[in-house]
Ligand binder design. Sequence first.
Ligand SMILES: Nc1ncnc2c1ncn2[C@@H]1O[C@H](COP(=O)(O)OP(=O)(O)O)[C@@H](O)[C@H]1O
Ligand SMILES: [Mg+2]
Length: 307
Amino acid sequence: MNPAINIKNVRKTLNSREILKDISFTVEKGDIFGYLGPNGAGKTTTIRILLGLFQANSGSVEILGQDINMSQTRKKIGFVLDADGLYDNMTALENLVFYAHIYEMSGTEEIIKKLTSIAGLENRISDRVSTYSKGMRQRLALARAMIHNPDILILDEPTSGVDPSGQIEIRQLLINIAQNEKKTIFLSSHNLDEVQRICNRIALIDRGEIKLYGELEELRRGMGGGTVLIRTAHNIPESLHYELRNIVSFGLKEKKGLDLIFSPSEGTGVSDIISFLASHGIKIEEAIKKEASLEEMYASILKEVET
Ligand SMILES: Nc1ncnc2c1ncn2[C@@H]1O[C@H](COP(=O)(O)OP(=O)(O)O)[C@@H](O)[C@H]1O
Ligand SMILES: [Mg+2]
């Protein structure tokens, strides 16, 4: 079976700067896929390529096994970009009818009614979009993007600029759409917390490079192997230092003054290291366990972007 989206070795140069450097990932059918990265990482550029709005310099992009530039492929995608494509001076209903016409659909009453209900806009459907909050606009834009019943939704930071309660509503709506309407959702986000709440698979992009990719659960499990810092009360003798280095399962990485930094292998606990040191007469001031979590990894990426 073809995956929903398959992007392989894509490179994109803009103004002689390489914005995307060898991007590859796969979005499976039924995924809520999170494309996570800080501002300027290259998320929107990737989305433009997925939608056929930009041509990649090299590499390949397949949507459901087909070329995005074929019209039947385009029909399988609905999208919401930064500009939500809504007409302020029309009512929400008029907007949906308008888009239904663009897709040359007939008998649209039922589908519009259904989408209005999914988006939770029944009470406001006859109001002009100019009176909508940002969160409502986004929900209407989502309904608009689904008018032609696409298989895949591509959403560029759908909760950006939306107030917290509106963000919660949109996230719930996305989960409902994926589960009940059986859509594949690709969303970009700079918010790790959001991605962790709703996505099952992620790719983390930083300065045009994929830093991490896979099933969220698996990635979280894989990052378990953190470090242990043990602060000794006094300097350890050279011979013991040597001995510690030779215990592979402890994974002594560094000795900085009184601090010993270990990266123990699986099955080796902090207590194993502590008892070893104690049995050699070493007094311990402090032991700190640090998980190599996704949060820490992302925080360090954000820090690098800022500086
Ligand atoms: N049309 C363009 N021409 C030149 N540079 C661009 C253009 N669009 C985006 N960029 C640059 O590409 C980088 C990635 O941008 P973008 O894909 O919008 O990132 P993100 O959506 O992750 O914030 C940024 O450094 C941005 O300045
Ligand atoms: Mg962007």
